[in-house]
Design a protein around this ligand. Sequence first.
Ligand code: FE2
Ligand code: FE2
Length: 163
Amino acid sequence: MAAEENRVQASAETITGLMDAEHNRLRDLWEHTTAALKAEEFARLHGVARDLITAVKRHISVEEQILFPAIESKGKNNEPTEAMRMEHRQMEHMLEQLEPLLTVAELWTGINAIEGQEIEPGALLRSHENKEHDVLFPLAEQLLGADEARMLVGRMRTELNKA
Ligand SMILES: [Fe+2]
Ligand SMILES: [Fe+2]
């Protein structure tokens, strides 16, 4: 039974499955960004930093426009979604501080955009994503039930795949 549940959880048809895959993609973009900076490959850095900023913004928007309202429509406790919204505002501030990476042409400015932040961006992403994985997505699946969750996954995937 446990193995069966794990298989279902891992499926991209579940909220956890889809959004974990998305979180992994965002973390990969972050890794590519820091790697390009360290290698001082600035043209590559500009592209991957733009991809990262765009992808995190879209991810936040999909969660706030589709997932969170669905959870809140169940009329239970809104604290988990409100806590995640507050962290999204923190992440948007973090993205603004990363904007020098879009045009930077020397190492120190890039390092400063990352290390000058109150919380290291990779750690901020990781901590937020872990909370969603551990608390919010299971809560959403429990409140919505399998059918509604599947419909929601379809809507989120469509939005996430928009060019
Ligand atoms: Fe989030
Ligand atoms: Fe997320």
